[in-house]
Write a protein that binds this ligand. Structure first.
Ligand code: WTA
Length: 673
């Protein structure tokens, strides 16, 4: 399947999220303090070293940061571009690198995970504990028939067993496919089918906003749709709620894992052996299975984690608030920190349970020194007021990170002042599921920070901003962000669909990776990210596809046609706004009640994809604006959704449509939950 709109982002944009244009006037500068610079892991000479010989630079990082059972002699093979091979003749095991070698080096007593359950239950797992648990789990899943190369789906809350499950898969070389626990049975089913998973690891449920929410029923529902590859379901008991049980298929984690031997020899795999698949939204309705391999991914995960966060494994307490269902949870909860031997916090719940100071209480309790979170969370905390973090001792913090969406300068400076005590560097890190690890970011201790800008490609990374004709834009101008050289943690493809990989990322600008983001270069040549230029939305830092939500809406019997746009939202960055045309009999079916129609359709989207995809607003319209060739003009709908003057509508087949839609808007609309 191809992705035409990724390659031709014409109608969709380039549409920098409104309000971000004036970022370039931001004049505040935050140089690193001399004290921080003096102790920083990364120094300015990293840039010149990497620039002098990029390939050798990466080879040295990979040798330095990882333990290879068979050392590699080849660094990069780009002869079959865009299919890269890094460190290809080397062999290693990801779980050995993340766990065992730290125990062998005498750090078995160091805490790897401080787990904080939403209800206040806690557990600490040392590296020695982790080695035992991961080995047992690896033996248990091998006993369930999982072999090197088989895929395992993981659908779990953020509890230690989720990390153990991922590492157990890595230990036997079975690529995991983690599906975010907030996704629906439908979404889980399509991901299980696409990866042909043989095992699903799940839990009875997890704790969310003060109560137990179930996960196992979604697995049962997904498998009931038909999943011929799945042999077993391994279930962690977390909440104790009753579960349906399929004898012969379902196995309790505590039965299988606790009985298993704690001795397990990690399976050495080739550097290019797939480590995981992670599905992400593209510009078509079908999520893409982005897959990453072992050696290059781990090398860049460890390198970025060490240098961007200035990690000192002996003394730091690191906390990344991402869920393992997203790439940030893969690279900066599981692989980066553990490969570096860090001590970290993982927290199961939401920031406001049982009170709005919960995160800051956790920072104080564990003495968190490095915090990595998303702008949407920062903006939410800003809204709640600075008195809340003000009640806690946050003086342990020394580095703050941001990821997932552009961070506006106001949120950046608030984050540094209120959370970082006007003292800490803030690193705004740009990357994607596809890039596997951080690509563009300041280096704390080196870069003079500019609020709102991710600034410069990391040493070893090459990026540029191009215009429509593939020419680099001059400083002060905007265009499309591209990566001009291969990098170790780059995706190796889309699972089962090499053509889609080439079309999506490598056809818009031949020879270069097209990220799908708009960007500008400022006077100094620093990069400012401006949001997606394709049909991908970014809601609270989560990627959603307009087409996927449109498909979900039209799968409802009441809906004849649907168009979805991402409208600027003060807190979530963007919000989903849907325009729908109802079938003739729908209004009747709903009892002519607009509120019922809207509520029903919002719930339907939540069921089809997951609650995060629920439209903030659904507007019932009589017509949709289309070009003469039948393409929906989302640009105009975005104007409506953002309450702007509607732009140039001259290419519309029927120019009265926008008047009709605007008139319809005066009727009451559904509000968000
Ligand atoms: C956006 C998340 C601006 C961007 C790691 C990208 C950002 C998409 C930033 C990837 C940032 C991520 N500044 N935008 N610092 N970080 N993005 O795959 O649009 O969930 O293409 O990976 O998030 O989202 P994904």
């Amino acid at each position: 399947m191809t992705e035409p709109s990724a390659a031709t982002p014409t109608d969709a944009a380039p549409a920098p999220t409104s309000g971000l244009e004036n970022l370039l006037t931001e004049a505040r500068r935050f140089p690193p303090s001399p004290e921080f610079a003096a102790q920083a892991n990364a120094t300015a000479d990293l840039y010149s070293w990497a620039n002098a010989d990029r390939t050798t630079f990466w080879a040295e990082q990979a040798r330095e940061l990882l333990t290879w059972s068979t050392p590699f002699t080849q660094t990069l093979d780009w002869s079959d571009a865009p299919f890269a091979r890094w460190f290809a003749d080397g062999r290693l095991n990801a779980a050995y690198n993340a766990v065992d070698r730290h125990v062998e080096a005498g750090h078995g007593d160091r805490v790897a995970l401080h787990f904080e359950g939403e209800g206040g239950d806690t557990r600490a797992l040392t590296y020695a504990d982790l080695q035992r648990e991961v080995s047992k789990a690896a033996n248990a899943i091998a006993a369930l028939g999982v072999r090197t190369g088989d895929r395992v789906a993981i659908y779990m809350p953020l509890i230690p067993e989720a990390v153990v499950a991922m590492l157990a898969c890595a230990r036997i070389g079975a690529p995991h496919s983690v599906v975010f626990g907030g996704f629906s049975a439908e979404a889980l089913s399509s991901r299980i089918l696409d990866a042909e998973a043989t095992l699903v690891i799940t839990a009875d449920g997890g704790f969310r906003r003060g109560s137990a929410s179930a996960l196992k029923p979604a697995v049962d529902e997904a498998l009931a749709k038909g999943a011929p590859s799945v042999q077993h379901v391994l279930v962690v008991r977390r909440t104790g709620q009753p579960v349906e049980w399929t004898e012969g298929r379902d196995v309790w984690w505590h039965d299988a894992v606790e009985a298993a031997s704690a001795q397990h020899a990690p399976v050495e795999v080739e550097a290019e052996h797939p480590l995981f698949i992670l599905y992400t939204s593209g510009t078509t309705g079908k999520p893409k299975g982005i897959f990453h391999t072992t050696g290059g991914y781990l090398a860049q995960a460890a390198y970025t984690h060490l240098n961007v966060f200035d990690l000192k494994p002996e003394t730091d307490v690191y906390w990344c608030t991402a869920d393992i269902g997203w790439v940030t949870g893969h690279t900066y909860v599981v692989y980066g920190p553990l490969v570096n031997g860090a001590t970290q916090v993982i927290y199961e719940g939401t920031p406001d349970t049982p009170h709005r100071g919960r995160w800051w209480e956790i920072v104080q309790k564990y003495g968190v020194t490095i915090l990595y979170t998303a702008p949407t969370a920062i903006r939410t905390c800003m809204k709640w007021g600075e008195e809340i973090p003000g009640q806690f001792d946050l003086s342990s913090l020394r580095v703050l990170g941001s990821v997932g969406e552009p961070i506006n300068p106001e949120a950046w400076t608030w984050y540094r002042r209120v959370i970082g005590g006007d003292r800490t560097p803030v690193v705004d890190t740009w990357w994607q599921t596809e890039t596997g690890a951080i690509m563009i970011s300041p280096l704390p201790g080196v870069t003079e920070a500019k609020p709102g800008s991710a600034q410069v490609p990391l040493p070893g990374i090459a990026a540029d901003v191009l215009d429509d004709d593939a020419k680099p834009v001059p400083n002060g101008a905007g265009g499309y962000l591209v990566l001009t050289e291969p990098w170790p943690s780059m995706l190796r493809g889309i699972w089962g669909d090499p053509e889609r990989y080439k079309d999506t990322y490598w056809s818009r600008f031949p020879g270069m990776y097209f990220a799908g983001d708009g960007a500008k270069k400022d006077e100094d040549g620093d990069i400012w990210l401006l949001g997606r230029v394709d049909d991908v939305m970014n809601v609270s830092g989560h990627r959603l596809s307009t087409t996927e939500i449109e498909s979900a809406l039209v799968s409802h019997p009441w809906v004849a046609e649907a168009a979805v746009v991402g409208a600027t939202d003060e807190t979530t960055g963007q919000a989903v706004v849907a325009f729908v045309i109802l079938r003739g009999d729908a209004t009747e079916a709903a009892g002519s009640d607009a509120a019922t129609v809207q509520q029903t359709l919002r719930d339907h989207v939540a069921r089809e994809i997951g609650p995060i995809a629920k439209p903030r607003q659904i507007l019932v319209v009589a017509e949709l604006p289309k070009t003469r060739s039948g393409k929906i003009m989302r640009r105009l709908l975005r104007d409506v959704a953002e309450h702007r003057q509607v732009g140039d509508a001259t290419t519309l087949a029927d120019s009265s449509v926008m008047d009709l839609i605007a008139a319809g808007l005066n009727k009451p609309a559904a509000s968000s939950d």
